[in-house]
Structures are given as C-alpha cells and as structure tokens.
Design a protein around this ligand. Structure first.
Ligand SMILES: [Zn+2]
Length: 219
C-alpha cells in the first residue's frame, strides 16, 4: 500500500497558506464560526472534490458526499440518516440559500446501478440498497434508451439520478416550504470530466445545458 506522506506534506502546505496568519481567513472562521451559503451534495468519487472543482474557500460550502450523490426521499430519511441529517443541519441550522446536487460523468455508482447485479455479499448488498434510491432513473433509461450503447445509457442515468435527488429534496416539507418562499434554491449540476465542463439542469428546456464551457484549445 502506498504511504500517506503526500497527504502530510499537503497538510504542511495548507498550514503555511491558511493557518499561520492570526488575522487570516481561518482565524476568522474559527472565531466567528462557519456560515456557508451553499450545501453541495456530491459523489464520493476521488475526482469530484467540490472544493477543488469550484476553487472555493474554506467556509464557503457545506458538503455532503455519498455514492452517486443521491438524496433519499423523505419517507426513507431516518433509514439513510447520514445524508439526511447533514441536509437537515445545512438547511435548519446553517440556513443555506442554495442546495446543489452535483453528479458527474464516469460515475461508478451509476454504472453499478445500471449493471444491477444481484448482491453476492454484505458489501454489495449495502451498495445496492443505497443505489436503489435511483432505481427509477435506471428503469427510465433502460426503457427509453434500450438500443443505445452503455456509455449513452450511463450518461443519461447519471443525469436522471440528479433529477431524482432534486425531486426527493422537495419531498421534505421543510425544504419545499423554503423553496416556495424563495429562501432556498435547488440546482442540479453535472460535472462532465470527459469534456471538462459544467452543466446545469434547466427547468425550461428540461435538459442539462452548459453552465461553464470547456476551455478553448489552440487546436
Ligand atoms: Zn460518482
């Protein structure tokens, strides 16, 4: 197994950049507490760190990460409390103004959902139970894109699962109420790591549209 020295040297750089200054940003965050304006629900995937992807500062974003960036529906809230309690804390205690569900290309969780293998051990059972939250996305994609190649299905399922999570968020009365009062806005983002761009679900078109295009190259 590779050692963790890379993480330790990284922490030393972080110390130098952020923790050394008594009047710096971190000192303020420690004294005044955190007041993030957004909750980001992202995948555990090691290529999808929300803070890195958005280049935001400590204190900017409250983050929940789970396999395939899913939100359980309200009826299952207590069963999947790790995710739902973090959402409750962000909305109720921190009073965030935005919730962003950020899915991504190449999602292993969504691929596993599509593959739909019968679990053969406890580990697989746990994953399958969790991914079952997005079962409707799988069913829809297999029905609509039955004759399409797997990568097209995966892409569609990654995006459909984001919409399920947004729908599920609205099943929480305390979220619905804040959204209707315009105190809270929900966003569905899709990080396309193949293209190097960020997309957002647009209610008007019913599609994911480019929010930040890929960098133009010289050819
Ligand atoms: Zn993923």
């Amino acid at each position: 197994m590779r050692d963790v020295s890379k993480f330790l040297s990284g922490f030393r750089r972080f110390q130098q950049n952020h923790l050394g200054n008594r009047h710096g940003m971190y000192a303020q965050l420690v004294q005044q507490g955190q007041h993030p304006r957004a909750l980001m629900i992202a995948c555990c995937d090691s290529r999808c760190d929300p803070a890195l992807l958005t280049d935001c500062d400590p204190g900017d974003m409250f983050v929940v990460r789970n396999v395939a960036n899913l939100v359980p529906p309200h009826v299952q809230a207590t069963y999947f409390a790790a995710t739902t309690s973090a959402i409750a804390f962000a909305v109720h205690n921190l009073e965030v103004e935005h919730i962003i569900v950020m899915g991504h290309a190449q999602c292993g969780g969504i691929r596993a959902l599509l593959a739909h293998k019968d679990p053969t051990c406890n580990e697989e059972e746990l994953i399958a139970k969790w991914l079952g939250i997005a079962e409707d996305a799988r069913r829809q994609v297999l029905q609509d894109l039955a004759d399409k190649p797997d990568p097209i299905k995966a892409h569609a399922c990654e995006q459909a699962a984001i919409l399920i999570s947004l729908e599920n968020l609205m099943s929480y009365p305390w979220i619905k109420q804040r959204v209707e009062a315009k105190k809270l806005a929900l966003h569905g983002w899709y990080f396309d790591m193949n293209q190097g761009e960020l997309l957002e679900y647009q209610l008007e078109s019913g599609e994911f549209e480019v929010l930040v295009p890929h960098l133009a190259t010289d050819g």
